[in-house]
Design a protein around this ligand. Structure first.
Ligand code: GDP
Length: 296
């Protein structure tokens, strides 16, 4: 996870720490290298600029340069800024609404939406002891609803029985009623994706949102697509309104551009990350732990 970025930064900081006393020029040089490393990791340009500006403001003070371990202090400042860029405190799934808490999972096709829906459902049922009902409203791909049902069986989570030819809004209403009447804590809706953003998709999501009034609207983003993931998330946020992001395929992402861009670009926190294909391979997104993993 984020190993190529971590190695690049590691090399820069090793050199900095070895120098002992530092001049302002040394710090400037190191920060130029950090800038290049971030850009090569596909972090979005406005995020990189903001990152470097903040670090520079704090690192080029007399206090840092005159300290006994200036290199170490610069590394600490970069670490703090990385935690902030990744989202600061971190954010959990909101389960505090009146049950059934409703969740809508959105994103482009192939991003890992259906897998993530089932992973989150399993997480909530095993770790939080919640009774979860899932439904897919992807009526366009015949296999999509079947896929969620199979994943539900694997996760020991209920899925709404499939009725042929039912429309997305009808599925949502039926699912919500079932969840309400049968005492489910959480009702999750896996929505249809498209290969690209299109108006028909957005319109359908807005209608579903208006009916479901989700407590959580989570955007699923493939981390391997780098800063594009953040830009697509921004469009979804503007059109549908998001409460958080689930990053998938973080297990295969050496660069970290999506993780480092998405919060700044969208203002939405990353709440969870997918770390593999298996149903249990999902983790909470803790900015401090992730920054430590990158900078260790
Ligand atoms: P959807 O079209 O957005 O619903 O995408 P799917 O849930 O069907 O996932 C597409 C593919 O990505 C599947 O082969 C999943 O197993 C895989 N996938 C999903 N999440 C992850 C993840 O976190 N890591 C890895 N390595 N693969 C994932």
């Amino acid at each position: 996870m984020f190993s190529s970025l971590g190695n690049r930064l590691g090399d820069i900081f090793d050199r900095l720490r070895k120098r002992g006393a530092l001049t302002e020029a040394d710090v400037e040089t190191a920060l130029r290298e950090v800038r290049v490393a971030l850009l090569e990791a596909d972090v979005a340009l406005p995020v990189v600029k903001d990152f470097i500006t903040h670090v520079k403001e704090r690192a080029i003070g007399q206090e840092v340069l005159k300290s006994i371990t200036p290199g170490q202090m610069v590394v600490k400042i970069v670490y703090d800024q990385m935690v902030a860029t990744l989202g600061g405190e971190g954010a959990e799934i909101n389960l505090l609404a009146t049950p059934p808490v409703t969740m809508m999972i959105v994103g482009l096709q192939g991003s890992g939406k259906t897998t993530s829906t089932a992973k989150i459902a399993r997480l909530l049922s095993t770790k939080k002891r919640k009774k979860v009902l899932m439904a897919s409203v992807d009526v366009y791909r015949p296999a999509a609803r079947e896929q969620l049902k199979i994943l539900g069986q694997e996760a020991h989570v209920d899925t709404l029985p499939i009725i042929d030819h039912e429309k997305p809004l009808e599925i949502v209403k039926r699912g919500y009623e079932k969840a309400r009447l049968e005492g489910y804590d959480v009702f999750m809706v896996d929505t249809a994706g498209r290969l690209h953003i299109d108006d028909a998709l957005m319109e359908e999501l807005v209608q579903l949102r208006n009916v479901l009034k989700p407590t959580e609207t989570l955007f699923v983003a493939d981390a391997m697509t780098g800063q594009d993931a953040a830009n697509v998330a921004k469009t979804f946020h503007e059109r549908v309104g998001l409460t958080g992001v689930v990053l998938t395929r973080v297990d295969g992402d050496a660069r970290g551009g999506a993780a480092l861009s998405v919060r700044h670009i969208t203002g939405c926190p990353v709440k969870l990350m997918g770390m593999g294909e298996r149903i249990e391979q999902i983790e909470e997104f803790h900015p401090d732990r992730i920054a430590s993993r990158i900078l260790d």
